[in-house]
Design a protein around this ligand. Structure first.
Ligand SMILES: [Zn+2]
Ligand SMILES: [Zn+2]
Length: 305
């Protein structure tokens, strides 16, 4: 069989022509508040209820601290234009350097997280993150952004990852969506990071199209369906779901790279959240891993699993 290129847009089996935007930038004034609510709803009767409630508390803290910190500063217009010309993300996570706004964000977040009910181990990790000096805090931020968190210190890095999400979402929200260009398959056009999961949306004018959700800055970017977000293959794509589930969340598996990323059918359930519902469907990860696929989505709240 000859190799065929990926179609630019999958046909949408409904009576409207879908014209999805390339990106939808995050709205940090709502992103974390909505996520906190979703975590609370998901915790009802869930076997991971205590952890989901802890994450609801941390998402709420991510929301609350924003009133209290200065606006983050974007790179210069020149820099953003040059990044665009070279097909580079304007807020490249690998070039991140700590500034006063991020330092304040982390500081406020750690203080705010102290008010969240949590088990002793999580509180001890929060204590270690809070006690860390500037150099150690910088090193933790770099480890999160390089996806190289030391296994023995996962818990304290969760707080740093949460603060980075707030910082990058606030930065991303200040960009012009129309100036963004694709950087590479499966990489966020704003920060260059991997998706946490993907969503088929029900937005007016874009119904049935898919978006990758950035694990760091919360940007959504359009990505065709039935194509691996990890290696770009359009062959050997399969779908797995938990028997007896709602049928709204599936793992898209790829025979080429043996990876998988979840697909959330938000057009069937508008409450689905790319981070919260990813954590709450850990059972699906365990199922797909048993079949020999490795997780491709990155979620700072699932690092221990
Ligand atoms: Zn991003
Ligand atoms: Zn693949």
């Amino acid at each position: 069989m000859s190799k065929v290129g990926a179609p630019r847009h999958d046909p949408v089996p409904i009576g409207e022509v879908a014209r999805p935007p390339f990106v939808r930038l995050p709205d940090p004034s709502n992103l974390f508040a909505a996520r906190a609510e979703r975590f609370v709803a998901l915790a009802q009767g869930h076997e991971l209820a205590p952890y989901l409630r802890l994450l609801a508390g941390l998402s709420d803290a991510q929301n609350r601290i924003q009133d209290d910190i200065p606006d983050p500063e974007l790179p210069t217009a020149d820099f953003v234009a040059r990044a665009r010309d070279f097909g580079m993300p304007p807020l490249d996570r690998h070039r991140f350097t700590v500034d006063a706004t991020y330092a304040a964000t982390l500081d406020r977040f750690l203080r705010s997280a102290a008010d969240v009910a949590m088990p002793d181990a999580a509180r001890a990790a929060l204590g270690r993150a809070t006690a860390a000096g500037d150099a150690a805090r910088d090193a933790m931020a770099r480890a999160v952004l390089a996806d190289s968190i030391p296994i023995e210190a996962l818990a304290e890095h969760v707080y740093v990852a949460a603060a980075l999400q707030v910082h990058f979402a606030r930065l991303a929200a200040r960009l012009e969506a129309a100036t963004l260009v694709p950087v590479s398959d499966g990489a966020c056009p704003v920060c260059g990071g991997p998706p946490v999961s993907t969503m088929v949306v029900g937005w007016h004018g874009a119904h049935g199209t898919r978006f990758c959700a950035c694990a760091l800055c919360g940007t959504l970017w359009n990505f065709v369906r039935i194509k691996c977000t990890l290696c770009g293959s359009t062959k050997g794509i399969g779908y797995q779901e938990i028997d007896g589930g709602a049928g709204t969340i599936k793992a898209e598996t790829c025979d080429s790279c043996r990876g998988y990323v979840k697909v959330l059918h938000q057009h069937k359930d508008p409450d689905l959240d790319p981070i919260a519902d990813d954590v709450a469907t850990l059972g699906l990860d365990l199922l797909v891993r048993e079949l020999g696929f490795r997780r491709g989505g990155v979620n700072p709240f699932l690092l221990g699993y």
